[in-house]
Write a protein that binds this ligand. Structure first.
Ligand SMILES: Cc1ncc(COP(=O)(O)O)c(C=O)c1O
Length: 410
């Protein structure tokens, strides 16, 4: 083709030529590690909520923002030019120090802010970086189902395998069969991934359950990654960080974040506490995933972590009253629901086909919930997850809407 003066000739893309084959497949058809992970159910259900004008109790984020002085601290950091440019890779020193002080004050755990604390882009990046940094392809991660959805994707990204141990209802909490946990561990197991307080069941793992996990980790020389983002949103029970158990600090990567504790889920400030060798492996991954993020918000979170016990008591009490309002309301409507010990979530047992139930709910009642099936490897489809971290009048509205369900099901 003759190029005209001043006109840049359009470059035609050549169809890509396959260069390698894998078991008879072209490179382009080759299966990818995340092929089985489509768009998350949260995006789908939130779109459905908007389309149907429903009350969205699907995704777990509060509908009020964190304390005014915390928000002001972020605005002030921006105005002062603190954090507007790349902050230090491991996180600003003020925040690392505040995280270390928080661990010491609340749990008696001592971490060196310079070598044992890392700031991440939320707990999500922290867990992904921990799994990527601490497992090799072919090794296995043992975790509990139902599980937070990013776990399976992070394990797949690492080329590792997952073995899940199923949590089952036991009164108002959920627990696992110790024999199943023992059986899930073999010589390919590298780490146990634990989430307590647990999303979606709202269960706080007991000292006995944690003791067994610790015992097995020590016996099989495993690492444990613990996701503790709901550490301060507990109504019944006590949060025991696994790292506080004898022999566990040296093999535990503890993760948390500011999102839930300070009602700022959009800020995405998370952190990791671990001994230097483990922290180094997580940091090595984190630096090439995002390097740094959330500069000014890091200053604000450092401020928030300094709040006294009153703050933490208030947020738990406040959320507890919403839990009771919502759970009592659901029970009055005849729904089978547990009273969760912690977190933002209540699980309703609809008896079966919960996915269809949740998909129909917006049209039938004008409320959105998430089918817990998406949190399982096992074929378990009887639970629906509702988020109650919403204003009391929003929850009351959702209950009125759900009361129509009875009539519609007649
Ligand atoms: C168990 C669990 N871990 C991690 C996260 C995400 O935390 P972050 O927003 O800090 O990445 C959530 C959010 O819902 C969660 O429920």
């Amino acid at each position: 083709m003759q190029a005209q003066a001043g006109v840049i000739p359009r470059v035609r893309r050549q169809p890509r030529q396959p260069t390698h084959t894998l078991a008879g497949m072209t490179l382009m058809d080759r299966p990818g590690r995340l092929d089985s992970f489509g768009t998350t159910i949260f995006a789908e259900m939130s779109a459905l909520a908007v389309r149907t004008g429903s009350v969205n109790l699907g995704q777990g984020f509060p509908d009020t923002d964190g304390p005014a002085d915390l928000l002001e601290a972020a605005r002030q950091a921006i105005a002062d030019g603190r954090g507007n440019q790349y902050p230090p890779g491991p996180g600003i020193p003020e925040l690392r120090k505040a995280i270390a002080e928080h661990q010491a004050r609340h749990y008696g755990l001592s971490y060196d802010p310079d070598t044992e604390v890392l700031v991440t882009v939320g707990a999500t990046e922290a867990t992904a970086a921990a799994i990527l940094g601490l497992t090799e392809p072919g090794e296995r991660v043992v975790t509990f189902e139902p599980y937070y959805d990013s776990y399976a994707a992070s394990i797949a990204l690492a080329g590792a395998g997952r073995r899940v141990v199923t949590l089952r209802p036991d009164g108002d909490r959920w627990t696992f069969d110790p024999a199943e946990l023992r059986a899930a561990i073999d010589k390919t197991t590298r780490l146990i991934l634990l989430n307590s307080p647990h999303n979606p069941t709202g269960t706080v793992f007991t000292a006995a359950e944690l003791g067994l996990i610790a015992e097995l980790a020590i016996e099989h020389d495993l690492l444990v990654v613990t996701d503790e983002v709901y550490e301060h949103l507990i109504f019944d029970g006590v949060h025991i960080p696994l790292a506080t158990l004898p022999g566990m600090r040296e093999r535990t990567v503890s993760i948390s974040s500011a999102g839930k504790t300070f009602s700022v889920t959009g800020w995405k400030v998370g952190w990791v506490c671990a001994p230097p060798r483990l922290l180094g492996a997580v940091r090595a991954v984190k630096q090439y995933l995002t390097f740094v993020a959330s500069g000014p918000f890091q200053y604000a979170v450092a401020h928030g972590l300094g709040y006294g016990p009153d703050y933490y008591r208030r947020i738990a009490d406040d959320l507890k009253s919403r839990r009771d309002l919502f759970v009592d309301g659901l029970r009055e409507l005849g729904l089978s629901v547990q009273r969760p010990q912690a977190t933002y979530f209540a699980t309703v047992d609809v008896g079966g086909d919960a996915e269809a139930w949740c998909r129909a709910l917006p049209e039938r009642a004008g409320v959105v919930a998430i089918p817990s099936r998406v949190f399982y490897d096992a074929d378990i489809d009887r639970y629906a997850r509702f988020a109650f971290c919403k204003q009391p009048d929003v929850l009351a509205d959702a209950l009125v809407r759900l009361s129509r369900l009875g009539k519609l099901t007649e």
